[in-house]
Design a protein around this ligand. Sequence first.
Ligand SMILES: [Zn+2]
Length: 220
Amino acid sequence: MEPHVYTRDERGQRRGWIEVVCGSMFSGKTEELIRRLRRARIAKQRVEIFKPATDTRYTELFGDEVVVSHDENAIPSQIVHSADQLFLLAGDAEVVGVDEAQFFGMELVDVCQRLARDGRRVIVAGLDQDYRGQPFEPVPQLMAVAEHVTKLHAICVRCGAPANHSQRIVAQGDRVLVGEKEAYEPRCRRCFEPPTDPPANPPAQTTSEPVSAPVRLTDA
Ligand SMILES: [Zn+2]
């Protein structure tokens, strides 16, 4: 499941790749990110960890310089305001960890690709779906370009099955409710109840024109 920690090939050249650790809230994404980064440190690799400035959870408890998981298992990190800033601050790190990837924009995909091409091991953790059950960019796009994808599950609070969804249990239309873990609970597909209110920012339609030509399902 977890790739090996060697970041150099047999000729000593650095070899980069992208790992994505995704899942619903309470699925242990940050714990898994921290576990992989700790193992890289044990392997004497230079590690840098970043999280977005919008992740304000626990800053009163721990200050600004930590990645915090729900079990308060903390490691030092740098706060960045954009994916580009992350690229600049990565310095000579061999392993770059990114937490709460869903709070970065789509530019995170390009930044992770550049870091991997530059020979870094990039480990990205984030939500793959929003509270409506819709794909939450940029994590699905990162999953597509990553060498390794790990999808974790929480436990459904209703039935005990593996939970794939973050059920929002307070009424609010914003896509992101930062720092409100009390506002969510993990649910499985069967127990998940997608919200019925319209999205605050409805996704843009790719086309409003009906497809007029008949679609052939086989090559003639
Ligand atoms: Zn369930």
